[in-house]
Design a protein around this ligand. Structure first.
Ligand code: SAH
Ligand code: SF4
Ligand code: F3S
Length: 488
């Protein structure tokens, strides 16, 4: 870690070039381009990181492959709940078999799960075929680590002498934390017309159930000018929608040399010419300011949607969760938001089965759901994360009770999202066309797009509309989504 970071991007371009030469030689031998595949788990942060990793791999000369039958496989992992980890081990079992048929394949792991020493130890011992492991703080080093891999391994079957054991050295580089932000490395957008933009990294909130602060490090904000310049660059390249990303966007800017508020940043983004839509997530209720709510009234491009995780409706549990707001505080915020922006869509995250959750606590959560009328909600069963305070709490809730509550919560959430959708059925609204949906048996081509409020609409149309905003009549509400018709 004793490294001079001045010009880190420049340093990485050196390794990109170095790897590019090796990859080009391999491609020539094979008579085809080398391919990569990134499988991403978890949240928008990880998806954004994957775009950065893809950018570097493409610069090196790899071409994207749809499936895991590729020359370079990267699993960008999540560890927010136990099932996220299990999914990664499932994929590793599968890819291990692929590698036994094609030993030149390179298998890499990165992301949040790799910040947990016990998991890394387990992989080192039980999944020895893995070639590279890095964490969340040093993704910018991908080319450097790949270069190290090429330097220290027999990586080309044609060069392995028959009978000789193939030299294998797992390259592992994990940092505990960092305060560095490396700008200017390439990235490859999943869709050419929309981009996630990191405005900050890490989290300082330490909600008692959550592993994120441990695996993503302390909160740090990017400079506003870097953010604005990046967005302008994307807009020049055809991006019309941006999503500003952070674990708690409302505390943006606090640690900057010249502190500015999230609202001040949002105002600057709202002014960018050529940009059509602005989204942001996630908002933490404890930091959502009146300044922001006020601005939402006048903003030109900011979508009328807010993701405001409540986690629980019980003030008692919220305290144990270290969320720093009460049920009443939350409902007051919701009132203010609805008054300021009457058509605002509100979505949330809810945890069921937090240690000590009583029937009364759970009823409070249902009550909040009914009062808010969420347009959609992500509901999670509490998962014990080693190292977090809640893992040591007594009264872990039994599985049957949790399952019962989860099903009841889902019913209430579905009812409220159905009600919300029904309230806009029949009207015509602008939709950003995102992708081709399917071709029907009758030969009609279907597209999928998103409303300003983040709801999905499916409608007939030609592929040329992808990436454009069109007016669509929401003819039929199907619960969470609509079937619609384009209006001229
Ligand atoms: N920074 C965001 C959320 C990041 S994690 C926020 O503060 O809202 C996304 C969601 O995963 C959380 O909102 C929470 O609902 C859920 N989550 C986090 N840790 C969890 C755990 N241990 N068990 C179950 N769900 C969890
Ligand atoms: Fe986790 Fe809380 Fe940070 Fe969100 S704010 S990432 S839930 S610790
Ligand atoms: Fe998962 Fe890491 Fe996001 S733990 S939810 S990918 S920040």
């Amino acid at each position: 870690m004793e490294k001079n970071f001045t010009g880190e991007a420049e340093n990485q371009f050196y390794y990109i070039d170095k790897c590019a030469k090796i990859v080009a030689e391999k491609a020539e031998k094979l008579g085809r381009k080398l391919t990569y595949h990134i499988a991403t788990f978890g949240c928008q942060m990880n998806f954004k990181d994957s775009e950065k990793l893809a950018g570097v791999l493409e610069q090196i000369g790899f071409e994207e492959a749809e499936t895991e039958s590729a020359d370079f496989i990267l699993y960008n992992t999540c560890t927010v709940r136990e099932n996220a980890n299990s999914r990664v081990y499932g994929r590793l079992g599968y890819v291990g078999k692929l590698k036994s048929k094609n030993p030149d394949m390179i298998i890499a792991l990165c992301g949040c799960m790799m910040q947990e020493p016990d998991e890394v130890e387990h992989i080192r011992k039980s999944y020895r075929f893995v070639d590279m492991i890095f964490g969340t703080h040093n993704i910018f080093k991908l080319a450097e680590l790949l270069s190290e891999y090429f330097d220290t391994n027999d990586h080309d079957s044609s060069e392995v002498i028959k009978g000789k054991k193939r030299k294998h050295n797992m390259v592992v580089d994990i940092w505990k934390d960092t305060d560095k932000i490396v700008e200017e490395l390439p990235s490859k957008l999943k869709a050419s017309f929309k981009a996630g933009i990191n405005i900050m990294f890490g989290c300082n909130n330490f909600c008692s159930y959550c592993i994120v602060p441990y695996v993503r490090g302390r909160e740090r904000s990017r400079k506003p000018e870097d953010i604005i310049n990046e967005i302008k660059k994307f807009v020049k390249e055809g991006v019309i929608e941006v999503m500003l990303l952070g674990q708690n966007v409302n505390s943006y800017g606090k640690n900057l040399e010249n502190p500015i508020s999230f609202t001040q940043l949002l105002k600057q983004v709202d002014e960018i010419e050529g940009l059509k839509r602005v989204r942001f997530m996630t908002s933490h209720p404890k930091d959502l300011s009146d300044e922001l709510i006020d601005f939402l009234k006048d903003a030109k491009k900011v979508c009328h949607h807010i993701h405001l995780p409540v986690q629980s409706g019980s003030s008692r549990l919220l305290k144990l969760m270290n969320r720093k707001y009460t049920k009443e505080d939350y409902l007051t915020l919701i009132d203010k938001l609805k008054k300021a922006v009457p058509d605002i869509a509100i979505t949330t995250d809810i945890i069921v089965g937090f240690p000590g959750e009583t029937e009364e606590d759970f009823e409070e959560t249902l009550d909040v759901c009914r009062k808010v009328g969420y347009s959609s909600a992500f509901t999670f069963i509490y998962s014990k994360r080693t190292g977090t305070p809640a893992a040591k709490f007594e009264d872990q809730i039994d599985e049957e009770t949790v399952k019962n509550r989860f099903d009841r919560l889902l019913a209430v959430v579905n009812e409220s999202s159905g009600k919300y959708a029904k309230s806009i059925e029949g009207i015509t609204l602008p939709v950003l066309v995102e992708e081709r949906d399917r071709e029907n048996s009758d030969g009609k081509n279907y597209l999928t797009g998103r409303l300003d409020n983040n709801l999905l609409v499916h409608f007939e149309g030609c592929d040329e509309l992808i990436g454009q905003i069109v007016n669509v009549k929401l003819s039929e509400c199907k619960g969470f989504y609509f079937m619609g018709e384009i209006e001229a």
